[in-house]
Ligand binder design. Structure first.
Ligand code: ARG
Length: 458
């Protein structure tokens, strides 16, 4: 017998039973569901809808049920449709008729909205913790590599010399923004929809605010239709998760490149690499690749839920049951990815020499040579043209700029003096860029200090 079976004359078709049942995945919300039910029952007891004893029986029953589920002693039923009705049914089996009073002044519509908010609030906190750990590892690594020179790229062509620490602190900024987005999402999510009922609230004098407070919410939702039909909080999480994954993916893409034989900037620890079933020499950066690949899943989760929501009339529609698998999948994927990237970075070896060697190739100091001329009064556009010709001259002969003699430089322009050699030294090029946000070691150090402060405030 269905909990809603009164107006039905026939059983649900067996195929439909399986098709619309969500217990296979929403069982994951059992803890939040019981937590919400307990707060609801307590409040029903306070306002006299339930007697004190009835409320007490429900609370004890729910508590025992929670313990039994946690101990793996409970079997859920597909026929009982979802986690909400499974729990109500199990509770009633345990405590008798009073179990049937629990759902007074409540609908599964406000119940599921509540459960999902409670679930995501916890998972946002867990994701934030993992992100903070990743940030700390990145900051430590950046601190260590403030003077590890490497080429910076645009178009994946060598551009100007920077430091590895500078490169890493770019990711620190991205992940700090991700942390901020998660915090904002949590702030907007943290309102209780309970009391919205099916869509039109209820005639019972519920204490919405007190229940919200008990469940750790900052307040209650302000429209009952919106309370049951809003999934913005899930979409915001998926959006924040997608951007976070995009950042992880870019970082992992760089690790894949850097660990290749062509770059050799880093060597991944054996624990974070895998081999080939046929090629004995192979050591592949699979972990980094897989994080890059899993980014697509999370985008898919976001797209799936956006698409589920886009045509729905107010208020609740069964389509919304599809929200959960996307949210669960994204939560799991993001947490696993963060968990694995952090130690992968922490254990990776950095080849400073290889980085510095690469930084000295590819005319990464050409801009500095043009700036040298500009500082001596040559209009920058002319300086650019002139250095371009010197680069062409050198590249035809397999030389670097610093391989030319002072006399050769003076053949290009009388403005050149021997002090130019100091200007175009790779290390000097980096050290001279000390503006806020720049690659000079002091600027990177200041950025690290500021980032640590922001981290402590969050
Ligand atoms: N299992 C449902 C879901 O996840 C719970 C709400 C069902 N409400 C309803 N009116 N059928 O969305």
């Amino acid at each position: 017998m269905k909990l809603w079976g009164g107006r039905f004359e026939k059983d649900t078709d067996a195929l439909v039973e399986d098709f619309h049942s969500s217990i296979a995945f929403d069982r994951r919300l059992y803890k939040q569901d019981i937590q919400g039910s307990m707060a609801h029952a307590r409040m029903l007891g306070r306002i006299g809808v339930l007697s004190r004893q009835e409320a007490e029986i429900l609370l004890r029953g729910l508590d025992g049920l929670l313990a039994d589920i946690e101990a793996g002693r409970v079997e859920f039923e597909t026929g009982a449709e979802d986690i909400h009705m499974n729990i109500e049914k199990l509770l009633t089996e345990r405590v008798g008729t009073v179990g049937k009073k629990l759902h007074t002044a409540r609908s599964r519509n406000d119940q599921v909205a509540l459960d999902l908010r409670l679930f995501l609030r916890e998972e946002i906190d867990a994701t934030k913790d993992l992100l903070v750990r990743l940030l700390r590892t990145l900051l430590e690594l950046a601190e260590k590599h403030k003077e590890t020179w490497m080429p910076g790229y645009t178009h994946l062509q060598k551009a100007q010399p920077i430091s590895f620490g500078h490169h890493l602190t770019a990711y620190v900024q991205m992940f700090l923004r991700d942390l901020g987005r998660l915090r904002d999402t949590r702030r907007r999510l943290n309102f209780s929809p309970l009391g919205s009922g099916a869509l039109a609230g209820t005639t019972f004098p519920l204490q919405r605010e007190a229940v919200a407070e008990e469940l750790g919410f900052a307040g209650v939702t302000l429209n009952s239709l919106d309370g049951v039909s809003d999934r913005d909080f899930a979409l915001e999480f998926l959006g924040a998760a997608s951007i976070l994954m995009m950042h992880l993916s870019r970082l992992c893409e760089e690790l894949v490149l850097w660990s290749s034989g062509e770059f050799r900037f880093v060597v991944m620890d054996d624990g974070y690499s895998t081999g080939s079933s046929i090629m004995p020499q192979k050591k592949n950066p699979d972990v980094a690749e897989l994080v890059r690949g899993k980014t697509g899943r999370v985008y898919g989760d976001l797209m799936a839920l956006l698409t589920v929501m886009k045509g729905l009339p107010l208020a609740y529609n069964k389509d919304m049951q599809e929200d959960k698998e996307s949210v669960f999948d994204a939560v799991d994927t993001v947490k696993k990815s963060l968990s694995v990237v952090e130690p992968m970075l922490g254990t990776m070896q950095v080849d400073k020499q290889a980085m510095a060697r690469a930084a000295r190739q590819g005319f990464t100091n050409a801009t500095d040579l043009a700036d040298y001329l500009a500082k001596k009064g040559v209009p920058f556009r002319q300086a650019h043209e002139l250095v371009g010709r010197i680069v062409l001259y050198c590249s035809k002969r397999g030389l670097a700029l610093e391989d030319l003699t002072a006399a050769q430089f003076r053949e290009f322009s009388e403005v050149f003096e021997p002090d130019l050699f100091q200007t175009i030294g790779i290390e000097h090029c980096v050290r001279a860029r000390g503006l806020t946000g720049g690659p000079a070691p002091e600027a990177v150090a200041a950025g690290i200090a500021r980032s640590r402060e922001i981290l402590a405030e969050l």
